[in-house]
Design a protein around this ligand. Structure first.
Ligand SMILES: C[S@@+](CC[C@H](N)C(=O)[O-])C[C@H]1O[C@@H](n2cnc3c(N)ncnc32)[C@H](O)[C@@H]1O
Length: 380
């Protein structure tokens, strides 16, 4: 039976909201919302339908956080979170439809988006609501101004990557409850992000001091999904990955993230097993190959391997470390899916040092490094 517009527009359908970035998130009582949207389909004229949809708008605009008490929206566990902007876009599309049939088709789409989840086999992105994932990047050029320093994330470990990198990769290439492996875990950025996103993590780090720091940071980060994170002190070129996994009753991982030293640009230790101390470029590549083969063997077929690496410019010649390692990986049963070019964040370097580099570049015929690469591979 059609619900009258006046009954529908009760003003207490929507509960709490939170501001995330510029996008207001609405916490909606799912049952009531579906009833309301479904009721729209009973409208018999396009003008009536348009009016009914327009009447919803004040409800969506006027939500206040104190409404949560009145609505008790959490009591039946039936709350869904929606992006106000995308919900409005969809409602506008209904209002702007030229035929009743088309408008009802769009209503059906909203209903489906709110009731059915459609994901693929490598992540939890709900494809029925794909427009809402404003936070997921899909372009190959990343210019990121500021590192995420929320929670336990710290820029204190020289050479760690910005958390936005593993955040994007974990969301895009793994599902909740799966396992992420990082053979160069450093101070644990990948595992901290994995923990936040509900993925289990295994990290390997050559330096015990650094591994211990990673364990401390991970333990201080809230673990609301109750997942497991293990940081092992060891040499990624030699470690027995199968044995590590067996200890936690796993046989494989579903995402591999590697952020190795960019050869000797930063010396992480004096340890000869540390890749930053490889005696030559050839040896560095060999060591990388060993890790790719061993860690790659425990990655499930069809799943993703992310390599974050930059180039170097030692004696007047650009050494394309990134492409050199990429070429080796392609030879080893991996398909290249994407190359992302990411900017380096603004360094704290003094203005006169920047000018000196600019002068050197002008004289020496080269360009100053401002980027690194994120290579995305899929295991064949
Ligand atoms: C570029 S950093 C990774 C930083 C990490 N992504 C983070 O955000 O903290 C590379 C790390 O690899 C470690 N490393 C170098 N050689 C290694 C090896 N053979 N086995 C395990 N770790 C190694 C270094 O100690 C260093 O912490």
């Amino acid at each position: 039976m059609a619900t009258k517009t006046s009954e529908r527009n009760t003003g207490f359908l929507f509960g709490d909201f939170a501001i995330r970035g510029n996008n207001k998130r609405l916490f909606v009582n799912k049952t009531k919302f579906i009833q309301l949207i479904g009721g729209l389909k009973e409208e018999e004229s396009l003008s009536g339908l348009r009016r009914a949809v327009s009447d919803l708008e004040p409800n969506l605009r006027s939500v206040r956080s104190d409404r949560i008490g009145i609505l008790n929206i959490d009591s039946n566990g039936d709350t869904i979170e929606v992006s106000q902007k995308h919900l409005f876009d969809q409602l506008n599309q209904i209002v702007e439809s030229q035929t009743l049939e088309r408008a009802k088709y769009y209503i059906g789409r909203v209903e489906k988006a709110m009731t059915e989840v459609r994901t693929n086999s490598i992540n939890d992105v709900n494809l029925n609501r794909w427009k809402e994932y404003d936070d997921i990047r899909t372009d190959s050029l990343w210019v990121i101004g500021k590192r995420d320093s929320t929670g336990v994330h710290t820029a204190g470990y020289w050479g760690n990557f910005i958390p936005q990198i593993p955040n994007q990769m974990v969301k895009r290439y793994s599902k909740k409850g799966e396992w992420v492996l990082d053979p160069f875990v450093g101070c644990g950025t990948t595992l901290i992000e994995s923990q936040r996103l509900g993925r289990n993590g295994i990290g390997i780090e050559r330096q015990e001091r650094v591994a211990e720091k990673a364990r401390e940071l991970i333990a201080s980060e809230p673990n609301k999904h109750g997942i497991v994170s293990k940081v092992i002190t060891g040499d990624s070129t030699q470690i027995d990955y199968k044995e590590i996994l067996a200890k936690i009753e796993q046989r494989s991982v579903q995402l591999l993230v590697m952020h190795p030293p960019y050869f000797d640009i930063i010396k992480f230790s004096k340890d000869p097993k540390d890749l930053s101390n490889a005696p030559s470029l050839e040896r560095f590549i060999e060591m990388m190959n060993m890790i790719v083969e061993k860690a790659g063997a425990v990655l499930d077929k069809g799943r993703y391997f992310i390599l974050v690496i930059g180039d170097k410019y030692p004696k007047g010649e650009w050494i394309p470390l990134g492409f050199m390692t990429m070429n080796e990986i392609i030879k080893r049963n991996f398909l290249l899916k994407s190359i992302i070019v990411k900017n380096f964040e603004e360094t704290t370097g003094k203005r006169n040092q920047k000018e000196l580099w600019r002068y050197r570049a002008l004289v020496g015929g080269f360009y100053i490094f401002k980027h690194e690469y994120i290579f995305i591979f899929k295991k064949k």
